[in-house]
Each structure stands twice: as C-alpha cells, then as structure tokens.
Ligand binder design. Structure first.
Ligand code: SAH
Length: 223
C-alpha cells in the first residue's frame, strides 16, 4: 500500500506546503532528502486545531502542556546536520507533536522516539498513524535514559535542551554515529554535534545558539 503521506500532495494544504519548502530553500537548506521530507509531511495533522491555519508558517507553534512544535527552519538545519541517507536507525528524545518524528521517518530507515508527557505521546502516535507513517515507534518515558532495547543508534536527536549529554545516550550511540543536542542553561543553549569515532572517542562541535524547552529527567533538569 502506498503510505498516505506520499499521496497527500492533493490535500488542501499542498500549496502551503510547497511554499514552506521554497522558504526553507531560500533560507539555505540544500539537502534534497530533507526538502522532500518537508514537501511530503502534513504538518497540519501535528498541530492543535486552533492553530491549524498557521501550520505551514515557518514559526514555532504551541502544542499544549507548555511545549512547542519547533520552527521548521530550525528542524531542517538539525536534520541536515545528521546527514541521514535513508537506512539509519535513529533515536529521538522529545517526540512532542510527532512532526519531527515523521520528518525523520521520511529520511531515515527506522525511528524510535521517547516522550515523557503522556498526552503528547498519545496525540503524536495518533497523528503519525493518520499521516500514514509506519517506520516509527513512540515510547512513553524518560528519554535521558535512551531506549536501550534497540541500541545502538546511527543518529540521536535530542529535541529539548539539557545541561550535559546524558551518559546513556553516548552509550547507545553507534561508533561513527552522530548525536545532536542543545546544551546549556534553561532557555539558552548551544546546539552541539557530538560525533563518536570508531572507538569511544567523542568530538563536540558547536553549531550555533538555540532556545529549546528544558530536557527534564534523571540526566537532565529537575521537573
Ligand atoms: N520536535 C518536536 C518538539 C519537541 S519539544 C516537534 O516537532 O513537535 C520537546 C519535547 O521534549 C517536549 O514534548 C517535552 O515534553 C519533551 N521532553 C523533555 N524532556 C524529556 C525527556 N527526558 N524524555 C522525553 N521527552 C522529553
């Protein structure tokens, strides 16, 4: 069966989606797989009904529980930095709305995503189903512990800002793997790329400032 996501070009939001992709391209996103993922993923299914008319603006939007769906441009830069080629096993911490999970599903092999807020995890699962995304799994729990059952991961993306890299995530990163995490105080972080060499050695590269919601958990901030 063809996933509905791929046939969704005929839905009533298709024109807005094309415009969003043009905006991302104009702002410098070049990775064709990333642009294609934005062209095919129905963001309007992942935002609350009250803000659905703004679903394809290049802005962050509220998704409930004090959380936000990130700005598409920020997500696009994030996804580009992971350099996915379609076959990877990816761990995402902070499912939120599930939109970024769906984007990852479009450009990686399999995606495992952990969310600590139950209502968000449930809503994300429902939206992912409606969008026809079948290669992602969502776990309710503390993502600072990772998801050991499916480790190691070729890429790990943390969508909330923490004080340090949670040690379980480093343990669950494959050799040669890439981990992206906003590091720093609550409210102001540096988006950091952590690359694992063939052994256990790690290389940290700062990619720019970011402002994410706090990573709350055993190896994050207190709730
Ligand atoms: N990228 C998401 C937005 C993520 S917002 C989107 O496209 O919608 C960050 C999310 O991280 C929030 O939903 C928050 O509840 C979650 N979060 C924070 N700490 C977490 C933890 N320790 N484990 C799992 N999820 C966490």
């Amino acid at each position: 069966m063809v996933p509905r996501r791929l046939t969704g070009a005929s839905d009533s939001f298709a024109g807005y989606r094309v415009r969003l992709v043009e905006t991302l391209r104009a702002r410098g996103i070049r990775d064709l797989a990333v642009l294609k993922a934005f062209a095919e993923t129905p963001r309007h299914l992942f935002v609350p009904a009250a803000v659905q008319h703004r679903a394809y603006e290049d802005t962050a939007l509220p998704i409930g529980n004090g959380q936000t769906i990130s700005q598409p441009f920020t997500q696009a830069r994030y996804l580009e930095a992971l350099r996915l080629r379609g076959v990877e096993r990816v761990l995402e911490i902070g499912t939120g709305s599930g939109y970024q999970t769906a984007l990852l599903g479009a450009i990686a092999g399999t995606v495992f995503s952990v969310e600590r807020v139950e209502s968000l995890a449930r809503a994300a699962q429902a939206a992912l189903r409606e969008a026809g995304v079948t290669n992602v799994s969502v776990l309710l729990g503390d993502g600072t512990l990772g998801w050991s059952a499916y480790a190691p991961y070729d890429a790990i993306l943390v969508a909330a800002g923490g004080p340090d890299v949670p040690p379980p995530l480093v343990e669950q990163l494959a050799s040669g793997g890439r981990l992206l995490i906003p590091l720093g105080e609550r409210g102001a972080q540096v988006l950091t790329l952590v690359e694992r060499g063939p052994g256990a050695e790690l290389r940290h590269t700062p990619l720019g400032t970011a402002r994410f919601v706090p990573l709350v958990g055993e190896h994050g901030f207190d709730g």
